[in-house]
Ligand binder design. Structure first.
Ligand SMILES: [Zn+2]
Length: 432
């Protein structure tokens, strides 16, 4: 453990700590951010009303549009001169989201990432290749902060120039890889083309995040790379990666750094707080940040929480691995479909590669889902009849598991564009 005091704290001590920080934060945002003062006043709640951790439920929610509406610094509680860093989300839809940090915020982020990486078995002796995009996106510099805090040797390769990534890994003897899961697959494939067996290289651990991935994808990466694959979870709105992380238990849950970020599960419709163990929308409150504290941020991720002493020794609250954000959920002719469900099925089919895209089109009044997936080269060579058989098997499996009709097409090897960062695997052509 990186910080035994907090990571293995008793529930009573943790809640006492959270209460103190929550009270400070509520008073801070009420005083410094007009947006929050207005929200508190409208609900008739004052910072002084917080007398127990449960009183968090009295505070107003923050939603993504609040961040966009207040772009760039409407939710920032400090002067720009007190900031040491400003990140921003990519802003593919509308305005981006700003992530400002004071020096203290940034140092705390480093601590949260150091806990994450330590949990993944990474230490000061490791040589880390950081193949996340380095820039406005919180992934690259967030992982860098964690590795710096621990004292790893960092190779900041950034994303792209995949051949060079592999050469660096060989030449420098890197023991750890940071990247998105989809870019890791791209690296593994390129290595194969170059005749490099990744399993023979010293790289032994991967710390992955920034896009949802299934357990099947994790296993696929572990096999191709000959490494142990771990997960870091986060959001630009909260701090970036470092909000939650998996541990050696890998029991389908992630530990939340709850002394920094308090978590609740609510009913997304009634907005009522649900008890531990119930499934609902994940809501986070950042209780130590000063530049941009976040009050009850609705993540739109659907999951559940669990409190127990983990086999790894940590007592930090656990959240079930998120398999897809509500934002990623597709509604196809009235049926809810997560791309991760399709991914799980595809990865169990030995004849295809883990490279796929989902395409949704309008067909009369109905929606039509089609899936393009790459056949393995040796399967593709067997010709049309074999491909038809594979397509039919996948179609009936998807129909059986998800309950929707689908058209599957086995496409030629390497015909789907490779990811160098966050993969784009869904094309919704219904409104085009
Ligand atoms: Zn654990």
């Amino acid at each position: 453990m990186w910080d035994e005091k907090f990571e293995a704290m008793s529930t009573e001590e943790m809640q006492a700590f959270q209460l103190e920080k929550l009270q400070e934060t509520a008073a801070w945002v009420y005083d410094k951010i007009p947006f929050y003062k207005k929200q508190f006043d409208e609900l008739g709640v004052a910072p002084g009303d917080i007398k127990a951790v449960e009183d968090l439920g009295k505070l107003p929610f923050t939603v993504k549009t609040d961040l966009r509406d207040n772009y760039p610094f409407g939710l920032c509680a400090v002067d720009l001169k007190d900031l040491v860093r400003i990140h921003a989300s990519s802003g593919t839809t509308g305005k981006p989201i700003t992530g400002p940090y004071t020096r203290e915020d940034r140092d705390q982020w480093g601590e949260c990432m150091a806990r994450t990486l330590t949990s993944h078995g990474i230490g000061p002796d490791d040589i880390v290749q950081n193949a996340y995009g380095m820039g406005l996106f919180t992934g690259g510099l967030g992982f860098l902060l964690g590795a710096d805090t621990i004292g790893c040797t960092v190779v900041p390769s950034g994303s792209g120039m995949t051949e060079r990534q592999i050469t660096l890994m060989e030449d420098f003897g890197c023991t750890v890889l940071f990247a998105t899961p989809s870019y890791t697959l791209t690296i593994a494939e390129k290595a194969q083309d170059m005749g490099v067996d990744m399993r023979e290289l010293p790289v032994r651990v991967g710390s992955f995040g920034a896009e949802p991935w299934t357990v099947e994808m994790r296993t696929e990466i572990e096999e191709r790379m000959g490494i142990k694959a771990h997960e870091a979870y986060g959001l630009t709105e909260l701090m970036g990666p470092g909000v939650a992380f998996d541990c050696p238990a890998q029991d389908g849950y992630l530990h939340i750094n709850e002394d920094h970020v308090m978590a609740e599960i609510i009913d997304p419709v009634t907005e009522e707080v649900l008890p531990l163990g119930e499934k609902g929308e994940l809501v986070f409150t950042a209780i130590q940040r000063r530049a941009m504290p976040m009050i009850r941020y609705r993540t739109r991720d659907i999951t559940e929480l669990k409190r127990e002493t983990c086999s790894c020794g940590r007592t930090l609250l656990k959240m079930k691995k998120v398999l897809g954000r509500s934002d990623d959920m597709l509604i196809i002719s009235g049926v809810n479909v997560f791309p991760s469900q399709v991914e799980s099925i595809l990865l169990e089919v030995p004849e295809v590669e883990p490279q796929y895209v989902l395409i949704i089109r309008k067909k009369g009044y109905l929606d039509a889902l089609s899936v393009d997936v790459e056949a393995k080269p040796e399967v593709y060579e067997l010709g049309e009849e074999k491909l038809k058989e594979v397509e039919g098997a996948i179609e009936s499996r998807i129909r059986g598991v998800i309950g929707i009709g689908v058209k599957v097409r086995c496409v030629p090897p390497k015909s789907i564009e490779r990811s160098e960062g966050k993969a784009k695997r869904v094309f919704d052509a219904r409104n085009m």
